[in-house]
Each structure stands twice: as structure tokens, then as C-alpha cells.
Design a protein around this ligand. Sequence first.
Ligand SMILES: [Fe+2]
Length: 134
Amino acid sequence: MSMQWKEEYATGLPKIDDQHRQLFKFVNDLEVLVADWPCHQDRLGSLLSFLDAYTRSHFVYEESCMYRMNCPSARDNREAHKRFLRFFGDWQEEYRKNGASGETLDELRMTLEDWLASHICKIDTRLKECAHTV
Ligand SMILES: [Fe+2]
């Protein structure tokens, strides 16, 4: 069921936690869209564009925080973000060429959900250890 923000996702930086909550909201919006697919398919394009733009600006902000705080995971974080953007870019290209089905969208939703939860827990939360440096 929908992605809920939990205490274990806390990074020690409220602004980043808020951005993660917003990303969860996008994934939940996608879930609603998939549930009714193809009733509101006209909303998919704008949802993907918002998600793409929001993710990029969130990554830039989060990476700058990690480097500024000398977080040991800064490099891993940037690499993981790059891989994610490559995956998401490829997915969108495929969508622009061939469209999407309820099934491919649900796969995307699950991938986003798994990636976000595990990335936040394994990498982003390392910020907590460095929060005292700022
Ligand atoms: Fe991250």
C-alpha cells in the first residue's frame, strides 16, 4: 500500500525529510493513477515531468548538503543518484516511444518505491551522523 514516511527515514535535516515526503506523494499519486488506469492517463505526462524535475532538484540539494557536511557517503550518494536518473530517463524515453500499460506503470511504481525506501535507509540517513558538523 501507499508509501508512508517513517522515523527510520529521518536524515536529521528537516528540509530533506520534507523533500522525501514529497517524493513519496508522487509515488502515491502514481499508485492512484495505476489503480484507475487508463481512466486518467492524460495526467501521466505531467506527473512524470514533475517527478523528474523534483527528483533532479532534490538530488542536487541533497548532494550539496552531503559534500558540505563531509558525509562519508557523499560519493556513493551521487553515484546512486546518477544511476537512478539514467534508469528513469530510459524509462521515460521508452514511454515517449511506446506509451505505457497499467502493468509497466505498476512496475515503475514498485521500482520507485523499493529504490526510495532502500536508498533513504542505506545512504541518505548517513547524514544523521554528520549533522553535528553544521
Ligand atoms: Fe540520496
